[in-house]
Design a protein around this ligand. Structure first.
Ligand code: ADP
Ligand code: MG
Length: 155
């Protein structure tokens, strides 16, 4: 059912998250605003996805994405968070993040320990890297990005 919506293109401002310490885990996640999340298909399943991402007019990088229930809003709203598989010199709050979601990795899980959470995230990143090297996924790398100014797909 996730695949029905994919590939899904989305663009929006990077906002402050809720300090859940993803940076301390070595996995910072760029959060989309509530308004961007509200435009997502309501039936897109929560879980971990992979795809391509680009900050402003920068290079296109591999990414892993989490669509989850947002504890800040008592789990009645979704949060959409992108970890870009690239090392950035600085934070990019306020910048426009463009993503294309291509494939589904797994559903949301609860972890008993920080160690199991971190190892699951590492596996997700490795799986995303492998998937995105496939020719059918590589070809989406450029086709969705660098659209004319103001052109937004999917809404
Ligand atoms: P927050 O709770 O504010 O989302 P995080 O710890 O999740 O804080 O860090 C996210 C921020 O880190 C992003 O908004 C972005 O500015 C910055 N950042 C730096 N490198 C990355 C990266 N590789 N992927 C995603 N965000 C990154
Ligand atoms: Mg975050």
């Amino acid at each position: 059912s996730a695949m029905r919506h994919l590939p899904y293109f989305c663009r929006g401002e990077v906002v402050k998250g809720f300090g859940r310490g993803s940076r301390e885990l070595g996995v910072p996640t760029a959060n989309f605003s509530e308004q961007v999340v509200e435009r997502f298909p309501s039936d897109i399943p929560t879980g971990i996805y992979y795809g391509w991402a680009c900050v402003g007019n920068g290079d296109v990088h591999k990414m892993v994405l989490s669509i989850g229930w947002n504890p800040f809003y008592k789990n009645i709203k979704k949060s959409v968070e992108t970890h870009i598989i690239n090392t950035f010199k600085e934070d990019f709050y306020g910048e426009i993040l463009s993503i294309v979601i291509i494939g589904y990795i797994r559903s949301e899980k609860n972890f008993n320990s920080l160690e199991t959470l971190i190892s699951a995230i590492r596996e997700d990143i490795e799986e995303a890297k492998r998937q995105l090297d496939l020719p059918e996924h590589l070809k989406l790398k450029d086709s969705f990005f660098h659209l004319p100014e103001g052109k937004i797909v999917n809404h």
